[in-house]
Structure formats: C-alpha cells, structure tokens
Design a protein around this ligand. Structure first.
Ligand SMILES: [Zn+2]
Length: 152
C-alpha cells in the first residue's frame, strides 16, 4: 500500500495598525477612546464629492516595514475599491490594494530550535479599517471613529 505524505502549507493574513495620528485618507484623528462618531469627516464617511488623499506618513511607515522584510518595492502602485456591504462601513467599499500592491516577495527569517526558517511574505499592502459595531443593553449602534484608520 502506497504511503501519501503531506506538506502543511499555512497562510496568514495579518493586519497591523500604523501608528499615525491621522487616518489613511483624511486628516481625522486616530485617537482611541473618544466619544462615538466625533472623529469623522466627509472623506472617511464616503460622502459624495469627497476625495481621499493618502497619508504620507502611513506610506513611509509601510515602506519601512516592507524594506525591513526584504520586499521588492514596486515602481508603480495604486489603490482599489473593495466593494462590500457591512453595517460599519458607510461607504460600502474599503480602499485597499488589489493587483498592484506597493511591495511583494519578501521574507522573515526566524529561529526554530536552533535552525533558521525562512517565512515567505507574499505581499504587503496598505488599506483602511472599517468602523465598529457596539452592542449593549439590547440595542446596537455604530462608531465610525475607527473608519479609515491605516492598516498594513
Ligand atoms: Zn475623516
């Protein structure tokens, strides 16, 4: 009887919030713990006619992370709209990166029981976070302060 061997291949999607004082595409504060919906504007609410402008510091932080993880940096990158409905996403889309992320093909070396293992990194891209739903006392509300927070 033939023996089949398997190789486990595990992929992770990791989100890291970049420590900027303002959101990814507007000047609203990213301060945590403020009263609900007090850190929003037409851009992060996706109101008609508003135009997102990328946060230069978020891009700089993301670039540093990509270089530290040995990623190739693209000569051209762009943002895309990922359309989906979710109650804490007032725009019905998330600004993310799809086919042309700003970096790809990196790695992280880790030591496992004295042996160095190389963990491949498919890509690093920038996107914005959604808001959050708050459930208490039998009712639900939405807090959009977090909407637009930069994520790596
Ligand atoms: Zn805003």
């Amino acid at each position: 009887m033939a023996t089949t061997t398997y190789e486990p291949v595990i992929g992770l999607e990791v989100h890291a919030q970049l420590k900027t004082e303002t959101k990814m595409f507007c000047g609203c504060s990213t301060r945590f713990g403020e009263p609900p919906n007090t850190q929003v504007c037409p851009v992060c609410l996706g109101l008609p006619g508003s135009l997102p402008v990328p946060n230069a510091l978020a891009f700089e932080f993301a670039l540093k992370a990509a270089l530290a993880l040995h990623c190739e940096i693209a000569g051209f990158t762009k943002f895309d709209r990922k359309n989906y409905y979710y109650p804490d996403l007032p725009k019905n889309y998330q600004i993310s990166q799809y086919d042309l992320p700003f970096s790809k093909k990196g790695y992280l070396d880790i030591a496992v029981e004295g042996v160095t293992k190389r963990i491949g990194i498919t890509r690093i891209h920038l996107e914005e976070d959604a808001g959050k739903l708050v459930h208490s006392d039998g009712s639900s509300g939405v807090d959009l302060n977090r909407t637009g927070t930069p994520l790596l």
